[in-house]
Design a binder for this molecule. Structure first.
Ligand code: PHE
Length: 332
């Protein structure tokens, strides 16, 4: 019996086979159990002898079972490791990570720069009134930007704002100087879309009003901004211009950050790129907001965020910013 049991145990391939062998010999109806059960019919002299042998056989079988179990477990584990091993040279699965839109990135960077200079962020409505966008901003009744061909009219008094400048008025009406705000946001103009025009675009407005604010403050502020945004070596120059709400007014150019000002294809050989509009807040605008221009003065500036983002990232068509093509967006 012992020999057969050991043979069965040693030929077992799986833990299942071992269990079968255990039941066959040691189970309730197992062969060894039968032997022990049959001991009642033995004589008093035979009983202890058979009992002793039977116990030895049980111990022997149990020891073999234990040993075989350890071996088979190890074998099964090895097999698992072999067949379920991971090929670390296989290409991985792409993890799709969301990113901020290049415009949002640009906007955030612009905001961070001005916030670091002590500006607060103020926002105004995209659907604006003619009063805040034109009248209060000192635009002459016949100013061309009032024309329907330039501005989207909801009705005679209500428009989609074509600039962020009306936020200046809204803020000055409510807040007395000192004022130091930026106002980022969406603007709309009745333009046919092309590489440089989009009927919806973004501006960032700046406004500083206090006692004794001069053109030098405007220049200094813009210089710090431009160096942070376009690079330490960037220089700026003011070109005289006209805006109804500033006097004097200027357009501000920066040295081309591609060629450093020597002239390249990017800046059309001029060495300069147009950056923003700016000027000293017109006394009429201050007066319209209840601020005494004899006491206070201020400067304002407004920049096209789309344009700046395009310059910085070398994007040559504004429409790319609004098409949401993943092949484009994934590059930023
Ligand atoms: N609002 C002007 C524009 O849209 C920019 C500007 C803002 C100019 C503030 C001067 C002062 O072109």
């Amino acid at each position: 019996l012992q020999e057969r049991a050991i043979l069965d145990i040693n030929s077992a391939q799986f833990t299942d086979d071992l269990e079968k062998a255990r039941v066959k010999y040691l189970g309730k109806k197992g062969e060894l159990t039968e032997v022990l059960r049959g001991m009642g019919s033995l004589s008093a002299e035979e009983r202890p002898l058979v009992g002793k042998v039977a116990n030895e056989v049980r111990e022997e079988i149990e020891a073999h079972l234990e040993k075989a179990k350890t071996l088979i477990k190890a074998k099964e584990m090895n097999k698992k490791l072999e067949t379920e091993s991971i090929d670390v040279t296989m290409p991985g699965k792409d993890i799709v990570l969301g990113k901020r839109h290049p415009l949002t990135q640009g906007m955030d960077e612009l905001k961070d720069i001005f916030i670091s200079m002590g500006f607060k962020v103020a926002e105004g409505p995209e659907v604006e009134t003619v009063y805040y966008n034109f009248d209060a901003l000192n635009a002459a009744p016949n100013h061309p930007s009032r024309d329907m061909t330039d501005t989207f009219y909801i009705n005679d008094d209500v428009i989609l704002r074509p600039q962020t400048s009306p936020v200046q008025v809204r803020y000055m009406e409510k807040t007395k100087p000192p004022i130091r705000i930026i106002s980022p946001g969406r603007c709309f103009r009745n333009d046919t879309p092309d590489a440089t025009h989009s009927p919806m675009f973004h501006q960032l407005e700046g406004l500083v009003v206090d006692k004794g604010i001069t053109l030098a403050d405007l220049k200094g502020t813009l210089e710090v901004f431009v160096k942070k945004f376009l690079g330490e070596h960037t220089q700026i120059k003011f070109r005289p211009h006209f805006f109804p709400f500033t006097e004097p007014s200027a357009e501000v150019d920066a040295t081309c950050f591609k060629c450093g000002g020597s002239g390249c294809g990017f800046c059309k050989k001029s060495g300069w790129i147009e950056l923003l509009g700016a000027g000293m807040v017109h006394p009429n605008v201050l007066r319209n907001c209840g601020i005494d221009p004899e006491v206070y003065s201020g400067f304002a500036f407004g920049m096209g965020v789309d344009r700046l983002v395009m310059l910085k990232y070398g994007i040559d068509d504004i429409r790319l910013l609004y098409e949401n093509d993943m092949r484009f967006l994934n590059q930023f």
